[in-house]
Design a binder for this molecule. Structure first.
Ligand code: CP
Length: 317
């Protein structure tokens, strides 16, 4: 593996899970692999889990780590080619990227959808410039359309907690006051389409995801019906994808909040969310604090997913 931008690049899923569980059992077994290798993590957006778990994963592999928050302390970056740079942006990404590449062996990039242009977001313009111009292996720490390290951690968690071979997994939209990207739900759907689980997506009308991510999932507009018999409930908010509402909040209907009454419709399902989560918008206090909530082990598995991927990239150097 050279670049990692999608869970589809994990290859054989059973083998990827086996590698992940081996990393989890023996996190320090590959300390020599990363010796004298440097990971540079570039953040265009905020993070708690991705930043800490990826750094921890790299340290478990013996790597040195440099973190740059682009918006805190770096020169303000221009990202469009052809712009006359007479404004407040002092440096162009086209110089900054190869310079950053010269200081490291592997680059992780977090660059969310900006919701200024659907085309720019869905072409992954920032992430792809890193791939093209850095000269280094690049992995996504959540880009405009996908969050593959999160999805891999989610899938590892489902593998650990599932009580039957083909669990029913329901991804439900839930309300949020701000417009959030589709990266997490896109990526989760992409990952679940790689499995033979029963996979249902439920959301209000107008929140349809891009068809290439929905894949073979069943889309059910009645949330209660979707939740019936679920083994896992994966809650997430996302902004509208379809035009003319791309990137907009078109509903904050709190009847979609995951409550104890909603969870009662399920097969005693486990509750999952990538975090950070807005309590009593996305999920009630009672549900997230219940024994069925596995959001903390899910977040802990972010180290496992990042370490498994970083190890594969190191092996390819
Ligand atoms: N789930 C996730 O990526 O969390 P952060 O945004 O805090 O990194």
């Amino acid at each position: 593996m050279r670049h990692f931008t999608s869970v589809t690049q994990l290859g054989n899923l059973a083998e990827a899970f086996a590698k992940a569980f081996e990393v989890k059992r023996n996190p320090y077994a590959d300390q020599a692999l990363g010796r004298n290798k440097t990971l540079l993590m570039i953040f265009f957006n905020n993070s708690l889990r991705t930043r800490l778990s990826t750094q921890k994963a790299a340290m478990n592999l013996g790597m040195n780590v440099i973190v740059l928050d682009v918006n805190q302390g770096a020169w303000k970056l221009e990202t469009e080619r052809g712009v006359i740079m007479d404004g407040d942006k002092s440096e162009h990404l086209l110089e900054a990227i190869p310079v950053m590449g010269s200081y490291c062996d592997i680059i992780g990039v977090r660059s969310f959808a900006r919701f200024e242009s659907k085309e720019a977001d869905y072409n992954e313009e920032i992430l792809n410039q890193f791939i093209k111009f850095s000269g280094r292996p690049v992995f996504s720490m959540e880009a405009a359309t996908r969050h593959p390290l999160q999805t891999f951690a989610d899938m590892i968690t489902i593998e650990e907690y599932k009580k039957c071979q083909k669990p029913k997994v329901v991804m439900t939209w839930a309300p949020h006051p701000r417009a959030l990207p589709q990266a997490v739900p896109n990526s989760f759907a992409e990952g679940l389409n790689l499995t033979d689980y029963e996979f249902v997506i439920t959301h209000p009308h107008g929140y349809e995801l891009a068809p290439e991510f929905v894949g073979n999932a069943r889309v059910e507009y009645d949330q209660d019906k979707a939740l019936e018999g679920a083994d896992f409930v994966y809650a997430k908010n996302w902004a509208a994808y379809n035009d003319p509402n791309y990137g907009k909040v078109i509903s904050t209907d709190r009847s979609w909040t995951v409550t104890t009454a909603k969870m009662a419709l399920t097969n005693n399902a486990f509750f999952m969310h990538c975090l950070p989560v807005r309590r009593n918008m996305i999920v009630s206090d009672d549900v997230i604090e219940s024994p069925q909530s596995i959001v903390i082990p899910e977040a802990a598995n972010r180290v496992v997913s990042a370490q498994t991927v970083l190890k594969e990239i190191l092996l390819s150097l």
